[in-house]
Structures are given as structure tokens and as C-alpha cells.
Design a protein around this ligand. Structure first.
Ligand code: PHE
Length: 453
């Protein structure tokens, strides 16, 4: 396979870039409200179980396909499938990539707007004011579209610089900044009077709350959070060196991703509890509830409320940006290799297409003539549902079946053990998970979603 293919420059850079794909709005926005709605610590424990049993094996599988295929995700699956219908899994990944990028960029754009709005003090007011502010802003026809385009242009500027000079370098800058910001806000939040109740909610499990819904919610969350099922991990793995240890890389990335999610909980719940706001307000938590929480919780020191708010939205934007970069790269790598064009051209095409999708997503939440809806729901909601609830789990399911049952075991083992240089003691367990445990769990998610169980 081609040796001149771009590679990550260091193990540290590779882990940060891949963790950057995983760490995103899923950790800081989705995980806390899922935890809040599903009983706190008990949910976290079930979630960790799902990451170990399902997340890590699926992640390793995408790594195997990416490094063995040594090309964009569509071609990697095509190579390993010898032209059979399995190749369509790779193409499905690219299409999913475009769809997620479109709506994810809209939410990322909101984060950028909130940095400026909180710095300018526009988010100060009672809870109704903050909620109205969000409703007014997100449905307006111009501003959110401009922010969507802005974040996609920033992503573009990173991706055109290539794997080492763009993606890896940006991740080395953004990810450590993100960790520092996270820790600063966690410490501030946990030191508030009355914060103990929030910490307890997060760390003391109540198993009476665990039912099948909690279990399946955790499974879906693990998928989304680890970026499994659409070729991001596969594309990044095509830039791994022959010496990269796939299993330990997957374990490290899952660890970082889970730690960030739990820390995000430790940032949000203690402040919410300290001002008596329920942590189960759902998806609106970060844009409608939090500005108020920060204001109330830190309002006793002049400007501290502003500072924490600004830092929080910078953190959120960085997390979103590193995920967007990986989504963009899946599509860019596809164009540049399949149509033999330059990276700059490929990336430009992707940026233009995703700006159009993003603009329509944003407009679908407003009240103009351009409000596109699919299946009776705004385009934004339909893409969110279609990708998160259907295409990602489906991509994961098909990948496990493909790798577990179709791809020759020798290829999988060679990749898993770096051609025999590692012992591969866990190979049997891994293969068992990929063949039986993962497909079964994902099928359960589907049956649950369609109300069969
Ligand atoms: N993992 C990202 C997050 O947690 C979302 C994502 C999903 C990114 C799929 C890429 C691919 O926000």
C-alpha cells in the first residue's frame, strides 16, 4: 500500500487529533443532559460499561480498516471488500460525514456567537430573557447562518494545511487549551457554596433508576461520543504509522473522551445545584439554562460571571472545532483521492457544500420561506435524528459484521498485533466482541428506537 501517504508526526499528536474528533459537543452538551435525565452516577457507570464492551472494539475495527486500506474511507472499505457490496459502508460514511458536518456546524456557530454575546453582557437577565434570547437568535435568518459559515471557514483553513501541518498542529494547540479551560471551570464550579449536592449527584450511583432505556441511551451516547460509525476513525487511522498500537490507542482515546465527559458534568452540575436549577432540562441546557446558572453562581464577584461564561463558550467552540475538522477531513480525503484533485480544491468543494447544507439547516429553524423540512421536521432535526440515531449505529453494525465475518482473520490479526510484533493476548476477546457482542447490542438499540422492545 502507498508509503508516501501523509502520516501523523508523533504518537502524542495522533492521540490528541483523534481524541479531538471524539471530544466534542457530545461530551459537553449531550453527556451532561443525558446524565441529568437518567439518574446521574448510575448512568455514568453503565456508560463506562458500554465504552468498554462496544466502543473500544468498534473503534479498533475502524482503525484496522483504515490502516489496512490506507486511503479515504470509501476506498478503504472498497479495497477490503474486493468490490463486493460491503464497499457501500465506506460511501455511506462519506455521506453521513456531509450530513453531520452540516448541522454540527450550526450548533458550533451558536457557540461562537455565545462567546461574543456573553463577553458583551447580552446574556444577562432572568431565565425567561435568556431563553427568549436563544429562541430569537437561533431562528433568525442571518446571524446564525453567518456564524455557521465562519466556523466552516476556520475548519477549512486547518484542513487545507494537511495532516501534520494542519490537523495535528491545530489539535496540539486546541486540545491542551481545552483541558486547561475545563479544569479551571471545574475547580471554580466545585468550590461554590452548595456545590456538594451536584458532585454527589454525579458520583453516587442510584441503581433503582437503571432500566432498559438508560442502558440503550448510554449505548447510543457511547457511539456518538466516540465518533464511531462514519469513517472519521478510519480516515485518521489511514494516517497512523505501522508501529501505532491500535488497541492501546483506542483505550487512551476512550479514556480521554470519558474523562472530558465526566469533567463536563463536574463543571455543570455543581453550579446548577448551587443555584437550585434542575440538571434535567434537556438539550436546551447549555444555551438556555447555563448562561443563567453562571450568572447566578458567580455573580457575587464583579465580572466573574462573564469570565466563566466566556471561557465556557470558548471551550465549547474548541471542542466543536476539533470534531468538525475530523468530519471535514473524511469528505476532503474522499474528494482529493477519488477525483485526483489537490487538497485545497477538495477542501474547498467540501466547505462550499457543507456551507449550503449548514445554511439550510440553520434556516430550517426559522420562519422564512427557506424553511426546509424533511419528514415533517425541520432539516436540522431530521439530520440530527437520521445521523445520530440511524446512520452512525448502522455504520457501526455493518462495520462489525464486515470485519468480524467477511475480512480474512489473518488481516485483522496482523493489524491488531502490528504484524506479529505485539502479543495480541486480547485478540480473541476483541474478535468475540466484534462478531457477537457489538452487533447484538446495536441491534437492541435499533429495536428500542423503533419501539419493538
Ligand atoms: N464525537 C463527536 C462529539 O462528541 C461527534 C462526532 C460524531 C464527530 C461522529 C465525528 C463523527 O461531539
Amino acid at each position: 500500500m502507498s508509503n508516501d501517504r501523509a502520516k501523523f508526526g508523533s504518537r502524542f499528536g495522533l492521540i490528541l487529533a483523534t481524541a479531538g474528533s471524539a471530544v466534542g459537543l457530545g461530551n459537553i452538551w449531550r453527556f451532561p443532559y443525558m446524565t441529568g435525565n437518567n439518574g446521574g452516577a448510575a448512568f455514568i457507570l453503565v456508560y463506562i460499561g458500554c465504552v468498554l464492551l462496544l466502543g473500544i472494539p468498534c473503534m479498533v475495527s475502524e482503525f484496522v480498516i483504515g490502516r489496512e486500506g490506507a486511503s479515504n474511507t470509501a476506498r478503504a472499505y472498497t479495497r477490503l471488500s474486493n468490490g463486493t457490496a460491503w464497499k457501500y459502508i465506506g460511501f455511506m460514511g462519506v455521506v453521513t460525514g456531509f450530513m453531520i458536518t452540516g448541522y454540527y456546524a450550526v450548533v458550533s456557530g451558536w457557540c461562537l456567537q455565545y462567546i461574543f454575546a456573553s463577553a458583551a453582557g447580552e446574556l444577562r437577565g432572568d431565565p425567561k430573557y435568556v431563553a427568549d434570547y436563544f429562541a430569537g437568535f437561533s431562528s433568525s435568518p442571518v446571524k446564525p447562518v453567518l456564524w455557521t459559515v465562519a466556523i466552516l471557514v476556520i475548519t477549512h483553513l486547518v484542513v487545507i494545511r494537511g495532516v501534520r501541518g494542519g490537523i495535528e498542529k491545530a489539535s496540539k494547540m486546541f486540545m491542551p487549551t481545552l483541558f486547561v479551560l475545563l479544569l479551571v471551570i471545574v475547580v471554580a464550579s466545585c468550590n461554590l457554596p452548595g456545590a456538594g449536592a451536584g458532585v454527589e449527584f454525579l458520583l453516587k450511583p442510584d441503581f433503582s433508576k437503571v432500566d432498559s432505556g438508560v442502558f440503550l441511551g448510554a449505548l447510543g451516547q457511547a457511539f456518538y461520543s466516540l465518533s464511531i460509525g462514519m469513517g472519521c476513525l478510519c480516515t485518521y487511522a489511514s494516517y497512523f504509522s505501522r508501529r501505532t498500537k491500535l488497541l492501546s490507542t483506542a483505550v487512551n482515546i476512550s479514556l480521554v473522551d470519558t474523562m472530558v465527559a465526566v469533567l463536563a458534568g463536574l463543571m455543570i452540575f455543581p453550579s446548577a445545584f448551587s443555584v437550585g436549577i434542575a440538571p434535567d432540562s434537556g438539550p436546551s441546557l447549555i444555551f438556555m439554562t447555563l448562561p443563567n446558572v453562571f450568572q447566578l453562581a458567580f455573580g457575587h464577584v464583579p465580572f466573574l460571571g462573564y469570565v466563566v461564561s466566556v471561557l465556557f463558550y470558548v471551550l465549547l467552540s474548541l471542542a466543536a472545532l476539533t470534531s468538525l475538522i475530523s468530519l471535514h477531513e473524511v469528505c476532503t480525503a474522499f474528494f482529493l483521492e477519488e477525483f485526483s484533485i489537490s487538497r485545497r480544491r477538495g477542501a474547498t468543494l467540501v466547505t462550499v457544500i457543507t456551507c449550503v447544507i449548514g445554511a439550510f439547516c440553520s434556516l430550517s429553524l426559522g420562519h422564512t420561506d427557506l424553511q426546509v423540512s424533511i419528514f415533517g421536521k425541520p432539516l436540522f432535526d431530521s439530520l440530527d435524528f437520521l445521523t445520530g440515531q440511524i446512520l452512525l449505529p448502522l455504520g457501526g453494525l455493518l462495520t462489525c459484521l464486515f470485519l468480524g465475518w467477511y475480512v480474512p482473520k489473518k488481516i485483522v490479526k496482523d493489524q491488531f498485533t502490528n504484524h506479529g510484533t505485539l502479543r495480541g493476548a486480547l485478540f480473541g476477546t476483541y474478535l468475540f466482541c466484534v462478531r457477537f457482542v457489538c452487533p447484538l447490542c446495536i441491534l437492541l438499540i435499533f429495536l428500542h428506537q423503533f419501539g419493538v422492545i
